[in-house]
Ligand binder design. Sequence first.
Ligand code: GAL
Ligand code: ZN
Length: 654
Amino acid sequence: MFYGGDYNPEQWPEPVWREDLALMRAAGVTVVTVGVFAWSVLEPSPGRYAFGWLDTVLDGLAGAGIRVALATPTAAPPPWFSRRHPETLPVGPDGIRRSPGSRDTYCASAPAYRAAARRLAGALAERYRRHPALALWRVHNEYGTTCHCDLTADAFRGWLERRYGSLDALNDAWTTTFWSQRYGDWAEILPPRTTQYLPNPAQVLDFRRFTSDELLDAYREQRDVLRTVAPGVPVTTNFVLGDWVPVDHLRWSREVDLVAVDHYPAESGPAAEEEAAFLADLARGWALDGTGRPDWLLMETAPNLVYTRGRMHAKEPGRMTRHALAAVARGSRGAMFFQWRAPRGGAEVFHAAMVPHAGAETRVHREAAALGATLARTAELLDAAVEARVAVGFHEPSQWALDATVLPSSAVDHRTEARLAHRALARGGLTCDVVGGLDGLSRYAVLVLPCWYLLTDEQSATLAGWVTGGGRLVATYLTGVADDRARVHPGGRAGALRELLGVRLEEVHPLAEGAGRALSGGASGSLWSETVHLTGADATIRYEDGRPAVTRHRVGSGEAWYLSTRLDDEAYVALLGAVAEGAGVLPRRPPPPAGVEVVRRTRDGRGWLVAINHGERPYDLRADGLDLLTGEAVTAGDPLRPGAAVVVREGAGP
Ligand code: GAL
Ligand code: ZN
């Protein structure tokens, strides 16, 4: 199991390294990430490498039996590099070049930067390819810098030429006849820099896709150097989710040997656990798509303080451990933290650490130190499948298109709707995969597409085939509205899906904040509502005025459902539960109360139950088997105490 964190020995004198090693060994640390932001120390001046300190660090770690995710330091070019190659500094949408003095000061389209990144990866690989500590390459850190410079503009044009072939095709795809934007020369096309008024959403969407591909090329170049020089060592890069991240992680998942994600919940209350569960199920969805295996790695998370709305909140005792186990429950190969030791200065001086400023004699360090042994006991979960017959779609390009478009309601957000669907399933006792694509549908009996805005005719046909064969599709409003160029399918929204859904959507009525619409059966809808005409479907829930709100269309041996409004929690849980039940997917146990997570893993006919009680009341787990965390038998009737977790190997036997 991976247990450790980002380790920055370059910030400390050698005596501290010795203390670090002793503390890590005592804590059962197995892997640390080294060198993420060490470029200026590794290459203090052009072409002059200083590997001595890193040799000592890696030798010390190897001696202590600790392995290393060796990072390439390319996310933070040093001042000399930026000074020498000013064109590698990113340019904002305002056209202003950013100055050195922080991190992520790179432009992925700048040849000098790309060359330096390849060179550094090569130098590290040459030096350490046979080092016994080397377990994994971690390329870069959280790829995500967008640049709007002239070099980027050139690269963008090249990407567009490859995508569209001709200016006519591009003009058509971008609907440039709107507002007189027709391009007559490739050279006229720019990245979406700050404009006088609203930009062209198709241009914004394509620029995000381009940026994702450009960054991916930069990653691949480093990966390929590492693979050539150090064959057999797995390569990854840490993903992060956020509005600012122009990365299509589904595609990237196919280029890494292990999907690794960073997770910093934006919430400090109970929603943090729901958010963490969503992200974990999403990471597993990427892993299933990319590597074909369910396992992934929580590469960074905070051991303590969570930054929410201008305040740092401490994680209560036990919460770090529960979060780590929750990730492991959902397929992570362990838990790694940012960071090992709190820095004395720098931009993140108050960020949480496994060794806080107050040192090892602290609550946080003691909890971190105990976690090593805890995680080690869960090792037999590795590669066990997570039982999930239900999926929720999360499509980053749809999110980008929705972000780039002026919608009838600015409150609509694909991320939020995906989270709500995930939560409703969880509350109904159903574990789901969160999937970014439609390639693996055969794994699932039920698929929820929440505001999955972009859908090609081909994808609609895939969905239709799957439904006809017995799948249960639940599409919410704003699903399938536009093609992959963000052009609305004609004939009423959900164009491509209309036939499958058996509805015609005539008009939208966004709802004011806090406003609701009463629905039949005592439910209520919020945020959005529509005029829906039935063209084959029947209405299962209606608006007060009798018009259809939720519809079901039986097609072949499956069903296609449409939700024209955001259902209240209770109604959503009930509806998804009923759809799943109709598909023969029943929760194995009564849905756990809020704050309790239960995930079942299986491998070769063997089952494990991971249960975590984040709540305040004991939970009746009703499981029989051996708790791997304590080594003791668990029998039905043993309550799971508040704050406790168990990993139960089901059944009797060793
Ligand atoms: C991560 C990043 C780390 C650190 C951390 C702070 O996104 O990879 O280097 O900055 O955030 O929360
Ligand atoms: Zn640039």
